[in-house]
Design a binder for this molecule. Structure first.
Ligand code: KIV
Length: 285
């Protein structure tokens, strides 16, 4: 049996020069498949707002919804580290609010760590949550909860000022006790510099190959979420087409009477495509 992954073992991976893998999941079924495949970390991301709830941003996701999805992911024991995402409005107001929200997410959601967005401006929240005994993953670069400040999902770190802000933010999070930092949509050169400078791992999404690990939204890499295509996402499967095809076949077979055939019925011994009589369709007792 492989050892469970912890925030400490994730930190150690960087020291050993081992790369780190992470994907999102929001429910028991997908979390089980991802964990069985051997992933290091599952992020129950607030991207659930766009992927599952169909919203246009992550801003409307509530702490209760994050607790619910995190609990779905942790309903069965997992080998991987499950990281619960603190949603918009659950930590911005004060240090006290941040600690309270992180405690609720961990106690009720069952995750082994939490993530929050922001650099220097929220380092005090990170330090207080870590003091409360909760491992924290930081998140700098493009932080979707600040989409209205950024004015769009643009690449970050293109100017010297923006690159410095990202590095300062990541360093502040490390100093505050974060065990890892997500770098989202950050220029590869800047991400490489941050990765080289920090002693804790960087987990990139759209931040190039030099990060210590990578994270993607599961439904993007499986080709289920088709609403937009992002340059930094590689599609490892095209499941949307597979699902539509399977559902189409089901509809056709129900309509023409091929499903359910005898092999999916009780007490039906004929291959008659549309058995209707009581003799043929008697339910097995
Ligand atoms: O919510 C999320 O899925 C995330 C990842 C994109 C890092 O924050």
């Amino acid at each position: 049996m492989m050892k469970p992954v912890t925030a400490t073992s994730i930190r150690r991976k960087k020291q050993k020069g081992h790369r780190i893998t992470m994907l999102t999941a929001y429910d028991h079924l997908f979390a089980g498949l991802v964990d069985q495949a051997g992933i290091d970390m599952i992020l129950v991301g607030d991207s659930v707002g766009m992927v599952v709830q169909g919203r246009s941003t992550t801003l409307g996701v509530t702490l209760d919804e994050m607790i619910y999805h995190t609990r779905c992911v942790t309903a069965q024991p997992r080998r991987c580290l499950v990281v619960g995402d603190l949603p918009f409005g659950s930590y911005q107001a004060s240090v006290e609010q941040a600690v309270d929200s992180a405690c609720q997410l961990m106690a009720q959601g069952g995750c082994g760590a939490v993530k929050l967005e922001g650099g220097e401006e929220f380092a005090d929240r990170v330090a207080a949550i870590v003091r409360a005994g909760i491992p924290v993953m930081g998140h700098v670069g493009l932080t979707p909860q600040s989409i209205h400040r950024f004015g769009g999902y643009r690449l970050q770190g293109r100017t010297a000022e923006s690159a410095d802000e990202i590095l300062r933010g990541a360093l502040a999070l490390e100093e505050a006790g974060a065990f890892a930092v997500v770098l989202e949509k950050v220029h590869s050169v800047v991400a490489a510099r941050v990765t080289e400078t920090l002693s804790i791992p960087t987990i990139g999404i759209g931040a190039g190959p030099q990060c210590d690990g990578q994270v993607l939204v599961l439904q993007d890499m499986l080709g289920i979420f088709e609403e937009f295509e992002l340059r930094f996402v590689k599609r490892y499967a095209s499941l949307a087409g597979v699902i539509r095809g399977a559902v189409g076949n089901y509809i056709e077979e129900v309509l023409d009477g091929r499903f359910p055939g005898p092999e999916h019925s009780y007490g039906v011994e004929t291959t008659d495509p549309a058995p209707r009589t009581s003799e043929k369709t008697t339910e097995a007792q």
